[in-house]
Design a protein around this ligand. Structure first.
Ligand code: 5RP
Length: 234
């Protein structure tokens, strides 16, 4: 079973939660790609009436191509439902996101949303987060100073580069430092430290921000797991 088939199963299931009249946050990445397609299909085939707010330029372009009516971030007054992918998530719904570099816009939309769904293949749920490097979006100006500080904190920051060796630049014009923390780091403690660091725009720790996760189990089965403790810090 390919990972992509599991991602599609989760994306197709999540699209069922979209209802007429909703403002929907559209996530970014290879799993979110499938839910955006599924929503586009429902608009075409069922006449589903929604407006959407994309979390990246790539998702905006995909949604535009599918004829999904879009709002800009300044036009949005509320978000009913945000659906997005995730890089790792533990049993407390503590997650790392931002593998695709869209973490800032993803967090803006998720924090506005009344309801949040994260979709994934079955490799994303883990016992402890941290094996996946934690993305931190930083201003270009002074990023080396931040890198030194994070190095001194033992966070092993690595400036993200593209396949061609050039520096990765986010949709917001910033850099990403990926922190190689290792599974089992203190997520709440690190979140507090990052929040106080000058030059950090946002980080990819999304701690207990979702209402449910949907995990692709095979090409036609996706398991829905509800989170009864959203917002509670453990
Ligand atoms: C992008 C993200 C993605 O949702 C996350 O990286 C998961 O990506 P994929 O669905 O391609 O595995 O946070 O910034």
């Amino acid at each position: 079973m390919s990972k992509d088939a599991l991602k599609k199963a989760a994306g197709d299931k999540a699209a069922e939660y979209v209802k007429d009249g909703m403002v929907v946050g559209l996530g970014t990445g290879s799993t979110a790609f499938h839910v955006v397609n599924a929503i586009g299909k429902r608009i075409k085939e069922e006449g589903l009436q929604i407006q959407a707010i994309p979390t990246s330029i790539a998702t905006r372009d995909q949604a535009e191509g599918l004829g999904i009516p879009l709002l800009t971030i300044d036009e949005v007054t509320h978000v009913d439902l945000a659906i997005d992918g995730v890089d790792e998530i533990d049993p407390n719904f503590f997650a790392i996101k931002g593998g695709g570099g869209a973490l800032y816009r993803e967090k803006v939309i998720a924090s506005m949303a009344k309801e949040v769904i994260w979709i994934m293949d079955d490799s994303k749920p883990v016992e402890k987060i941290g094996a996946f490097p934690l993305p931190v979006e930083v201003a270009q100006y002074g990023y080396v100073q931040l890198q030194r500080k994070l190095e001194a904190m033992g966070c092993k920051p690595v400036l993200r580069v593209k396949d061609d060796g050039s520096t990765f630049v986010t949709d917001n014009g910033n850099y990403i430092l990926d922190l190689h923390l290792g599974a089992g780091f203190d997520a709440i403690g690190l979140q507090d430290k990052l929040a106080g660091m000058v030059g950090v725009l946002e980080h990819g720790l999304f701690l207990n921000m979702c209402d449910r996760i949907i995990v692709g189990r095979d090409e036609s089965t996706a398991e829905v797991i509800e989170n009864a403790t959203k917002g509670v810090s453990k």
